[in-house]
Design a protein around this ligand. Structure first.
Ligand SMILES: *[C@@H]1O[C@H](CO)[C@@H](O)[C@H](O)[C@H]1NC(C)=O
Ligand SMILES: *[C@@H]1O[C@H](CO)[C@@H](O)[C@H](O)[C@H]1NC(C)=O
Length: 426
């Protein structure tokens, strides 16, 4: 049993195509309608869940020195003052109301349970392919919030950039690379997933070598040709950058009662009114301190994906990750309670045509000053081990902190309570 858990924790690392990588959890910084890349200076159209350094802001100029402006980060490695964000996920109740689906810690990201957030991977390219880490000011987006159908040529690597995995029991399909069909799907899973749903997101790993950004925040980068691993960059984007890959685990367990599901589909919707899943997208603003990411890429090639195995970076404990927070600055409820519509103006648009913006949106468009929240950050206990204790058939160094958190290393065997009571309210 234990070796199975460990394999899951080092999901990609144990496989023949494995590359060197760093892998780490980041807790939630804030959940709000901010998107400094797409709508700088304005409240954004839909709700995002944001992790990383606390210099995150409504506007983030590429000249901003994020390590200098941040006083903390929600990520395990304190050198990482980057920001990463994706759309929030909501459950659509048959009575028409919505409630945000909590995120939960991934396999072997502990000790301690991160509050919400995501898991971040940076892979070095394999086989000695030369690469460069992201320059200061670099940012990019993958995916398109308006997308509602499988409209990318399946031979394009981009077609598999965003996918979902349905977790059955405690087994996420440990040896299967994310974006493999089956078990993964392009759309939200169509049947209840008894241990939650994971979103898998591959960012582009080829760069034009010149521009830290572009008007659409994606044309300065591209996916390699023929898949994500061991594949060449296109001539248009010849400079290899690390493969940034993120995973988000949603605790859908409180919402798996089929009597609450629509007869003709599934009940989860992204914050932009997307009930399909094709609109999944993610934003990245590079903000590592100095040359810390380069040093990690140079040295941490072991491929275990356990943060404690990358000695050139500094680790903080889960409590410090969870306590790095920002207040929500848009005066509206986005989380922790049923709401009668998705925040912003986001009616459900099922496609297959691209979604369109609602004109003359009357949702709140200004920000307020709010204090940093002081109530303890909420964390969901997932149905899997979050602490790597190193007991594997191929032994890894034992994580010395694991035994200090015995209550957090295994989930309780009971089912979580009803939706209203369990949502990680912030
Ligand atoms: C965000 O930007 C505003 C306006 O420039 C500034 O006053 C504020 O200090 C910034 N917040 C953070 C957390 O950097
Ligand atoms: C829908 O059901 C939820 C859960 O019982 C409840 O909190 C919410 O108020 C209901 N919404 C409406 C419009 O009745």
């Amino acid at each position: 049993m234990q070796s199975k858990f460990l394999l899951m924790g080092a999901t990609l690392a144990c496989l023949p195509y494995a590359h060197g990588l760093i892998r780490f959890g980041c807790s939630q910084l804030v959940t709000e309608r901010f998107d400094p890349l797409v709508t700088p200076g304005e409240v954004s159209p839909h709700v995002h869940q944001i992790v990383g350094g606390n210099a995150f802001n409504l506007t983030m100029h590429p000249d901003n020195d994020l390590p200098a402006l941040s006083t903390c980060t929600t990520c395990r490695f304190v050198e990482d003052k980057s920001n990463y964000w994706t759309a929030a996920l909501y459950f659509h109740h048959p009575n028409g109301s919505f409630i945000r689906v909590p995120q939960m810690a991934n396999h072997n990201t502990g000790p301690g349970l991160q509050s919400g957030g995501m898991t971040i991977y940076y892979f070095q390219p394999n086989g000695g392919i030369p690469f460069t880490v992201f320059p200061k000011g670099f940012r990019m987006i993958v995916g398109n919030p308006m997308r509602r159908s499988n409209d990318i040529n399946p031979t394009d690597t981009a077609a598999k950039a965003t996918t979902f995995r349905c977790f059955e029991g405690d087994d996420p399909g440990s040896t299967i690379v994310p974006g493999t069909f089956p078990p993964d799907t392009f759309e939200f899973p169509k049947t209840p997933c008894d241990a939650g749903i994971r979103s898998n997101i591959y960012f582009p790993q080829c760069w034009d070598g010149v521009n830290v950004d572009s008007p659409d925040h994606s044309s300065h980068v591209a996916h390699p040709v023929g898949g994500f691993f061991n594949t060449p960059c296109p001539p248009s984007h010849p400079v290899r950058i690390p493969l940034l890959f993120i995973e988000i685990n949603w605790d859908t367990r409180p919402f798996n009662d089929l009597s609450l599901w629509p007869k003709d589909g599934q009940p989860f919707v992204f914050a932009m009114g997307d009930p399909t899943g094709y609109g999944q997208h993610a934003d990245y603003v590079f903000g590592w301190e100095g040359d810390s990411l380069q040093r990690a890429m140079d040295v941490c090639t072991g491929g275990t994906g356990i943060p404690w195995h990358c000695p050139v970076l500094t680790i903080q404990d889960t409590e410090d990750m969870n306590n790095c927070r920002q207040p929500e600055k848009v005066d509206e409820v986005v989380d922790g309670a049923y709401i009668d519509k998705l925040p912003g103006c986001n009616p459900l648009q099922r496609g297959p045509a691209q979604a369109t913006m609602v004109p003359n949106c009357d949702a709140p468009s200004t920000t307020v000053d709010a204090p940093v929240p002081t109530e303890p950050p909420a964390a969901v206990n997932p149905p899997w081990v979050v602490c790597n204790d190193g007991s594997n058939t191929t032994p890894l160094p034992i994580n010395p902190y694991c035994s200090e958190y015995p209550l957090l290393t295994r989930a309780p065997q009971t089912q979580p309570a009803v939706p209203t009571a369990t949502v990680a309210g912030v």
